[in-house]
Design a protein around this ligand. Structure first.
Ligand code: UDP
Ligand code: MG
Length: 322
């Protein structure tokens, strides 16, 4: 570890040529104002536009800039994990490249860190410039996650946060592949505190988080920290069996006590449909967990670095307990 560096700023970038110049400038202005040493680590998550060349350009002028390039797109959560793995600062800040999160807030985070907090996360009080659909689904997701786990995972909080190096060191010991980093940070513990802020619009370019990636992230969050979905399928199955037994019993009673004919096919059809639906849902939920178990069992590396600029390539060392 390079003891000289005080702050590491980790920024995942995926096709961000439209904003990266401004992001770099704003981060630099903010970090220069600290009068302390820092590094700006850009994790290039397989961009296929000019992002890489532009960052290399910054690097040519500025030694603080470092670049890790993935061999392909591994996803935002993996990119920030790699950034934390490579960060050598005493405090590590994760911030998106699109300036939705104001870099100026980093100064307040640093102040909190200096007060003795190990994790300072930024809680969104408002989200500007995002679609109604995105805001509402995100809101709903955070609420469902909160209700389904005993772990205190703060709501309306993304990955914009400051972490003490010792928190990063603990995160390095968590080998899981389907990572929901903000949940892992809560799981690790230590002294955590929040700062509130209003999330701005993306400065330029468009979101790199389409619905598909959002669904994957929320499933990772839910399955990593809760067994409730699997349990809910069990409860629902139980309720259905109970309903089935009651209706069967009532039909039997009717048959025994009256001479009425039971036109049961409608009921049977309806029950059949519900039951099949439930079975499919249950299988789907179990599938989500099994898929993840399979991922862990394969034990592939989290990411592949194709080149490093300004820093040495290294292996992600994970302690395995066997
Ligand atoms: N990002 C990434 N890999 C991806 C998708 C996104 O590294 O596969 C980066 C992106 O460049 C940005 C951050 O993750 O710095 C958040 O993405 P974005 O702002 O598009 O997400 P949103 O704010 O719309 O949820
Ligand atoms: Mg964004």
């Amino acid at each position: 570890m390079n003891a000289d560096i005080r702050y590491s700023i980790v920024t995942p970038v995926y096709n961000e040529e439209a904003v990266i110049d401004q992001t770099y400038r704003r981060l630099k202005t903010v970090m220069d104002s600290t009068k302390e040493s820092y590094e700006l680590i850009f994790v290039n998550d397989g961009s296929c536009d000019h992002t890489t060349t532009m960052i290399k350009g910054f690097r040519d002028q500025d030694d603080a800039v470092k670049l890790i390039t993935f061999s392909r797109n591994f996803g935002h959560q993996i990119a920030i994990t790699a950034g934390m793995d490579y960060a050598s600062g005493a405090a590590v800040v994760v911030i998106d490249a699109d300036l939705q999160d104001p870099p100026e807030l980093i100064l307040e985070m640093i102040a909190k860190w200096k007060e003795g907090f190990d994790v300072v996360y930024a809680k969104r009080t408002k989200r500007k410039g995002e679609t109604f659909f995105k805001k509402q689904t995100a809101r709903l997701f955070y609420r469902i996650l909160k209700a389904s786990t005993d772990l205190e995972i703060p709501t309306d909080t993304g990955d914009f946060r400051l972490l003490d190096q010792r928190v990063c060191n603990e995160l390095k010991r968590l080998p899981e592949k389907n990572r929901y980093v903000r949940g892992l940070v809560s799981w690790v513990g230590f002294r955590q505190t929040a700062l509130e802020y209003e999330r701005d619009e993306r400065l330029a370019g468009e979101t790199k988080y389409p619905l598909k990636k959002m669904i994957k992230l929320s499933l990772d969050g839910l399955t990593s920290f809760s067994f409730k979905p699997i349990k809910m399928a069990n409860y629902a199955g139980g309720v259905l069996i109970f309903c089935g037994l009651i209706s069967l019993a009532s039909m039997l009673l009717l048959k025994l006590s009256t001479a009425a004919m039971i036109a049961g096919w409608k009921l049977v059809m309806a029950m059949q449909l519900v039951l099949t639906g439930m079975l499919l849902t249950m299988m789907g939920i179990i599938g989500e967990y099994i898929g993840r178990i399979y991922d862990e069992a394969r034990d592939r590396p989290l990411y592949i670095v194709s080149e490093c600029y300004g820093m040495k390539k290294k292996e992600r060392k994970v302690k395995h307990v066997s």
